[in-house]
Ligand binder design. Structure first.
Ligand code: SAH
Length: 349
């Protein structure tokens, strides 16, 4: 193994910080041995902080109507092949009720940026879930809003907000998004969310078009300084009806390696082994957990809409009932010596 890489990995584990140049070096130095070294260290750190606990989040995909046109995303507004839907407030609430019975104590409401599913509706639904299940956390992942709207969602009881930054490199951001979307606004949203008091999650796709070791180094440095509570990373997977439909997918190997680096950088980080990782490699999520991840997000959306929330092609678990998903995942998680726990799974302070 590259000895310089090993030294940098040790330093990251010790000091939790590297220069951008060093991060870029580590990205370039990835090979099987280096990844195995980082993975074993990261697994140890995860065990020290979280033991064998793996947290689950019930993902409720509330709708795929979106005003944005992100070039990579299957639910972008220009995709006329997308079969659009919007869950009702009652349907979302019912998903949470089913999830509670299955052992979920966090519900994630995720969806496109749908002006018609307004802030009032979001807040009402959050309040209803929190009133019925005061022992649960609600996470929102509904995109960009003005600060006042985020404040209203927080006041309604939402605990966490996931908004992937997508890339911390402005030029790269502009290649992934149409001109009407702005890097500044994305970053403004993230700062507001954290400032308001949400446990805030950022994140990026691994292997997105135009990504380089330098843009990844920007991502790592951004995460190091922003200090999110959570960080979602998963491979980019092409969706055939998008402008990036013929681009190559990101790799499981690079995703798992970056998960390990993130664990070493920020030992307490809530780090999901994503569905996208399980989609490009059958045991991708298990590998992620074995190399430092500590969260999985099974799908709680009604079966009737699962296939419609198609951010990318080939998405896992679009045909299974939530209960089947959780049974299957429990077994998979145990294969890597970990256990799904019934817990809100807040970030350790
Ligand atoms: N509208 C919300 C939710 C977006 S979907 C928001 O803006 O936050 C959640 C995440 O899926 C995105 O942040 C993006 O990183 C990821 N995603 C979208 N298209 C993808 C693709 N083709 N491959 C992999 N991940 C994708």
């Amino acid at each position: 193994m590259n000895n310089d890489a090993k030294k940098l990995i040790d330093r990251l584990a010790r000091e939790h910080s590297l220069s951008k140049e060093d991060y870029a070096f580590l990205v370039r130095a990835q090979d099987e041995e280096t990844a195995a070294y980082a993975g074993a260290l990261a697994a140890g750190v995860r065990r020290e902080v979280y033991g064998t606990d793996v947290y689950i989040r019930g993902l409720i995909e509330i709708g795929n109507i979106c005003r944005n046109d992100c070039l990579y995303c299957g639910i972008r507004r220009s995709n006329t092949h997308a079969d659009r839907y919007r869950l009702t407030e009652d349907e979302i609430f019912e998903c949470a009720c089913e999830g509670y019975t299955l052992g979920f104590r966090t519900f994630v409401m995720q969806g496109g940026e749908d002006g018609a599913f307004g802030v009032d509706s979001i807040c009402r639904t959050v309040r209803r879930i929190k009133r019925k299940f005061p022992d649960c956390a609600v996470t929102l992942s509904l995109g960009e809003f003005p600060r006042e709207d985020y404040e209203a969602m927080f006041a309604a009881g939402a605990d966490r907000y996931l908004l992937r930054h997508e890339t911390a490199d402005r030029t790269h951001y502009e290649k992934l998004h149409p001109a009407e979307m702005s890097f500044e606004n994305r970053m403004r949203c993230l700062r507001d969310l954290k400032d308001i008091g949400f446990q805030t999650g950022c994140g990026f796709m691994v292997g997105s078009p135009f990504q380089t070791p330098e843009t990844l180094a920007e991502d790592l440095k951004f995460i190091e300084t922003f200090r999110p509570a959570m960080c979602g990373i998963g491979p980019f997977i092409p969706q055939k009806d998008t402008p990036f439909g013929d681009r190559p997918a990101g790799t499981a190997e690079q995703t798992v390696y970056l998960l390990s680096l993130l664990r070493l950088m920020q030992p307490k980080l809530l780090l999901p082994a994503t569905t996208a990782l399980g989609t490009i490699l059958p045991d991708g999520r298990e590998r992620g957990l074995a190399a430092g991840a500590n969260v999985v997000m099974p799908n709680l959306s009604p079966l009737s809409v699962r296939k419609k929330y198609a951010l990318y092609d080939g998405k896992l678990c679009t045909g299974e009932e939530a209960a089947q998903c959780i049974g299957c995942l429990s077994r998979r998680v145990q294969l890597v010596g970990a256990n799904i726990v019934i817990d809100r799974g807040d970030v350790k302070s």
